[in-house]
Design a protein around this ligand. Sequence first.
Ligand SMILES: [Zn+2]
Length: 314
Amino acid sequence: MEQSELTQIINKNVSMINLPCIGIKKLLTPFVLIHDKIAIFEAGTTNTAELLLEGLEQLGISPKDVDYLIVSHIHLDHAGGAGYLAQKMPQAKVMVHEKGARHLIDPSRLIAATKKVFGSKDVIKEHYGDIIPIPEEQVIALGDGDKIDLGNGRQTKIIHTPGHAPHHLCLYDPLTNGIFSGEALGILVKDLNMYSPSTPMPDFNLSQSIDSILRLLAYDIQIIYLSHAGYTRQVQDTIYKIIGQLICWEKIIKDSPEKEAAENLKAYVLQKEWPQWNTTALAKEHNLEDNIKWLTWRIGAVLAPGIKNSCKKS
Ligand SMILES: [Zn+2]
């Protein structure tokens, strides 16, 4: 398979663009579905939008030829760059679950919610860039079961998969027997062979998340395209692993005294899930120390509180 740092051809119908995010290399991978029509799954941030366009160029695609820009959900690492790209891709419809559509048209609440996680508007700008509103007529709101026709018999299907966020969606592609999983199946750090559920504050819902994952089992899936970051053909293992992790993580949070929950989860993950004969050494060897730092920060600051919050709701 042809490969560059920025782009990778996965199969003749799907290519991938490697984008950095919050200082981590290859953290978000928009996928390009190439057929009679061209669709891009995930926008990345405004800060990485020009890099995405460069990736498209490498794949021989002009932004003017893009028909659909689909986002799995509206968190800024997935959809923050959609407004900028919508201007560069005047033909493209920006597609999002119906519960997220109004936030792309008017991103003010989205910015406020992200600010809660990062603490200041400047930090948002530094990580994601300006969030540009998208004209209403360019946005299409999607619901469960909707089809996106890429022409010549390739009909992809929207699967509403709440859990990570209430408006999260996955896209099923019968041509490649692939599922574009967004963040519903967690995140993958391929170089470290690491998996992590993605359970962020404030909207994560554990039982919905597991229900959504189980719904995917009804589809004939041979490849999972993960927005963070890459793809895997180990479908069954991945699905079982992520469900197992979600159940274990919840148990640790529930069994821990309130103040110790995040630390206990971090310790468990580093010892039991990512031991790889000393994760830190492996990270050093691969020059991925920032990834480990980021993943462990994320467990304490974002994922453990998300699970705690979800326990309160149920
Ligand atoms: Zn997200």
